[in-house]
Design a protein around this ligand. Structure first.
Ligand code: PLP
Length: 462
């Protein structure tokens, strides 16, 4: 076709109104929420880019699947459809449904990780890290050096550092129960991992007798980047690429709220019979019987359909291009972002944009508050609030202070993206007036979800 405009590869069958608010209403909403965007009412948000997790629009096929969900307690038809869909993509032997990704993590680490163990990963996602540390084990992040510089352009900045992986396994025999790779690397800027890197990590792990698991939340987006950027994959389908990615691993954890295209759900997949048995025992204790794992039969149907839709080329092209387009607007307007743009989100480099705000006053947090105050846009800081607290209670700065604008799947259109571009340009122009924040309440774990703040220079009572 002679046309180059990439369109949303769907039409809209059901609409959900979004609500405009005034500047004063947003100021009041922020004060009420303790200057924590997690504590806002979603109704008060115009464009919600807090997360791409569970926020996607389901397709007509998924809704149709939900109507034929089999709600039998054990052995439901929906489970076998779900299992077949996961196995077609992953080929893993044991498919264990869970209510979301972190349940898969808790069950896996609860079964196989002991006090003092070490779990390497390119970069642990926050719940993954928390679940490793909950076992009194160490969550070791070893991304490639290129990932540490947000401005550095590299096709696979999500790669794990193979030398450090080798060294970790050699230095700590018997102390590393498993190694992980997160595809794409969410906390590292949504950056992809190359097939060559997964293959090489797998060889290292096998040589040391350590299982390799993928944190597979965005396996389809990762497959798309491999198709676009890695030699030898241009003519393969996203499904074929995903199948090869999984072939190098011994299992995976998955949040179906991402590339499962569902609003809830997840799974743990394993090849090892002994591990699977242990995990299923723990699953029965806290999630449910192994053929439903805390999900309804209709959820299993929605995931079975969604996993395939996530691998659709037109969908992946539109999705990745939306993020890239917003990234290009930022570049043209000197807004510092993580380069190249990742899969599910655009990441603004708040350290570069707000150099006057010291890390202890959380520049990324301050920037995300400004995006809401000015434009009604909700984002999420991936920063020292999220990662700064150490297991011993001390604090140190995170590697980067980023604001993530995560795109829900199939929810927003090009005009929403154009509006976002305007908001970003506006906030960048007024950046000298953005103030840092002080944390005035801190919960013991995963503090970013419920901590409360006061803008610097304002009375703490707000
Ligand atoms: C979302 C996510 C998880 C956790 O999944 P939930 O469904 O939110 O519990 C784990 N790892 C990565 C990389 C994620 O993005």
């Amino acid at each position: 076709m002679p046309f180059k405009t990439i369109i949303e590869p769907f039409r809209i069958k059901a609409v959900e109104p979004i609500r405009r608010t005034t500047w004063d209403e947003r100021a009041a909403a922020l004060a009420e929420a303790g200057y924590n965007l997690f504590l806002l009412k979603a109704e008060d948000v115009l464009i919600d880019l807090l997360t791409d997790s569970g926020t996607g629009a389901m397709s007509a096929q998924q809704w149709a699947g939900m109507m034929v969900g089999d709600e039998s307690y054990a052995g439901a038809r929906s489970f076998f459809r779900f299992e077949a869909a996961v196995q077609e993509i992953t080929s893993f032997r044991h498919i264990i449904p869970t209510h979301q990704g972190r349940a898969a993590e808790r069950i896996l680490f609860g079964s196989v990780v002991k006090t003092g163990d070490i779990v390497p990963n390119n970069t642990h996602f926050d719940t993954t890290r928390a679940n490793v540390e909950f076992r009194d084990a160490r969550a070791l992040d070893i991304p490639v050096a290129e990932s540490r510089d947000p401005q550095h352009i590299h096709p696979f900045k999500g790669n794990i550092d193979l030398d450090l992986l080798e060294q970790t396994l050699a230095d700590h025999p018997g102390r590393v129960p498993l190694s992980m790779i997160t595809v794409t690397n969410n906390s590292g800027g949504g950056q992809p991992v190359s097939m060559a890197n997964i293959r090489a990590a797998s060889e290292i792990c096998r040589r040391h007798g350590v299982p390799l698991l993928l944190d597979a939340c965005r396996f389809a987006e990762n497959a798309w980047f491999i198709k676009l950027r890695e030699d030898g994959y241009a003519d393969k389908t996203p499904l074929e690429i995903a199948q090869e990615m999984f072939s190098y691993a011994d299992g995976c954890t998955m949040s179906a709220k991402k590339d499962g295209m569902a609003n809830i759900g997840g799974f743990l997949a394993l090849n090892d019979d002994g591990w699977a048995q242990q995990c299923k025992n723990l699953l029965i204790l806290t999630e449910g019987f192994p053929t439903y794992g805390g999900l309804a039969g209709y959820d299993l149907e929605a995931i079975a359909v969604g996993l395939k839709e996530a691998l659709d080329e037109d969908y992946l092209r539109y999705r990745i291009r939306s993020v890239e387009y917003l990234g290009e607007v930022c570049l043209h307007n000197d807004i510092p972002i993580v380069l190249p743009t990742g899969g599910h989100a655009l990441y603004i480099d708040a350290k570069s944009m707000l150099p006057e705000i010291p890390w202890k006053q959380y520049p990324a947090w301050a920037l995300s508050l400004a995006l809401y105050q000015e434009g009604g846009v909700r984002s999420v800081p991936i920063d020292s609030v999220m990662f700064g607290r150490q297991p011993d209670g001390s604090e140190k700065p995170a590697a980067n202070e980023l604001v993530r604008l995560a795109f829900p799947r199939r929810v927003y259109t090009q005009s929403h993206v154009d509006y976002l571009a305007e908001v970003l340009i506006y906030v960048n122009e007024m950046r000298d007036s953005i103030r840092g924040v002080r944390m005035i309440y801190e919960p013991p774990v995963l503090r970013h979800f419920t901590a409360r703040f006061a803008p610097i220079g304002m009375d703490e009572s707000g």
